[in-house]
Design a protein around this ligand. Structure first.
Ligand code: ATP
Length: 346
């Protein structure tokens, strides 16, 4: 565990069950002040439950939530300096954009002038100043999402929680909003915690990611760490595509059905798995000096920027430049560079 220095929010030893379902098991994490932190995992892994516990919308069975050094585990949601942007945005349809954003300040009895200046500032920051008098149904999905953000940020929370806030947007807009959200967070320097099941979204926005599965955090790390150094098979496969080679340790390398592979270090297990990303595999003209194998192309999928090949024996997956030309049935040499082979935990 990291020390609590510069820690914005800590979760310690959280357990939560719903009847027989153990939604969270011994979950601990430290989110640094000013960090964009993402909880990433498949449906049902417990990420929304964890976010709701941080927000104060759910009580844990055991464990603590600490914000800025203070134990807030049993503090009601409205008393926490935490705001949430929900998947549905939950905008009030009968209120204007201005009034939607002003709502929290008005209910906390802020003076009129202060409400006006704070709301105007947020609307402007999010490029919504010309839409202040409209109603939510007169805005696009992306604009509504920005209103939901403005409404949460206007309260100046210590931590902003984002529960799949981009899932209602189409793919193109979503990609654009991800970049905007990242820029906004860097500009504000505020702590954001995002929940998503979308690995590419997590990669784009996050400083750090916690990969979750079945109620547990499996791995913490920067997007680069978790993608390039996955700890186990689950992380390797959940974050993009991976070729997995199973085998037995021999002379510090790996003996597999495809032959012997040199590794950058000896595995700690006797039998286990190594992973290699499709884009780290190489197609070579002649056999590589180490880690080469002969393969035949079974399927080629043109993707514009890349070419995805499926090869036998395997299926092995290779991603290469789109301008290269291969036909189904072609025989090629494949190379598995030792530095690209990641030794998994088991
Ligand atoms: P999704 O991406 O589908 O929202 P998630 O990772 O956010 O999934 P959670 O919503 O946290 O997962 O749910 C974790 C587990 O707890 C699931 O098995 C879910 O069915 C269960 N669960 C969550 N909330 C409740 C509840 N109020 N009552 C009963 N079971 C619940």
């Amino acid at each position: 565990m990291e020390t609590t220095r510069n820690t914005g929010l800590s979760v310690k030893g959280i357990d939560k069950s719903f009847g027989p379902v153990e939604a969270l098991k011994e979950v601990s994490l430290d989110v640094h002040e000013g960090e964009f932190f993402t909880l990433l995992g498949p449906s049902g892994c417990g990420k929304t439950t964890l976010l709701r516990i941080i927000a104060g919308l759910e009580l844990p069975d055991s464990g603590e939530v600490i914000l800025g050094g203070q134990d807030i585990t049993s503090l009601p949601a409205t008393k926490r300096q935490v705001n949430t942007v929900f998947q549905s945005y939950a905008l009030f349809p009968h209120l204007t954009i201005f009034e939607n954003v002003a709502f929290g300040l008005r209910s906390r009895k802020f003076p009129k002038n202060e409400v006006k200046s704070r709301v105007s500032k947020r609307l402007e920051m999010l490029g919504l100043q010309d839409m202040a008098d409209r109603h939510p149904h007169q805005l696009s999905g992306g604009q509504q999402q920005r209103v939901a953000l403005a409404r949460a940020l206007v309260n100046e929370p210590k931590v902003l929680l984002l529960d799949e806030p981009m899932s209602a947007l189409d793919a193109k807009l979503r990609a654009q909003v991800q970049v905007e959200l990242r820029r906004l967070q860097r500009k504000l320097g505020q702590t954001f915690i995002l929940v998503t099941h979308d690995q590419s979204e997590a990669m784009v926005v996050s400083d750090r990611i916690a990969v979750m599965n079945q109620g547990r955090i499996i791995q913490f790390g920067s997007p680069k760490d978790v993608y390039e150094q996955p700890k186990n098979r689950f992380v390797a496969e959940f974050l993009g595509a991976a070729n997995l080679l199973q085998g037995r340790k021999k002379n510090g390398g790996l003996e597999t059905d495809l032959g012997f592979f040199v590794l950058k270090r000896a595995p700690e297990w006797e039998e286990g798995t190594v992973a290699i990303r499709p884009e780290r595999m190489r197609i070579t003209e002649s056999p590589a000096t180490v880690n080469g194998t002969r393969a035949q192309i079974r399927e080629a999928i043109y993707r514009g920027t890349d070419l995805d090949l499926w090869l036998d024996p395997g299926p092995l997956r290779v991603r290469t430049a789109a301008h290269r030309h291969y036909e189904v049935g072609d025989e090629v040499w494949l190379e598995f560079p030792p530095e690209a082979l990641v030794i998994l935990d088991e």
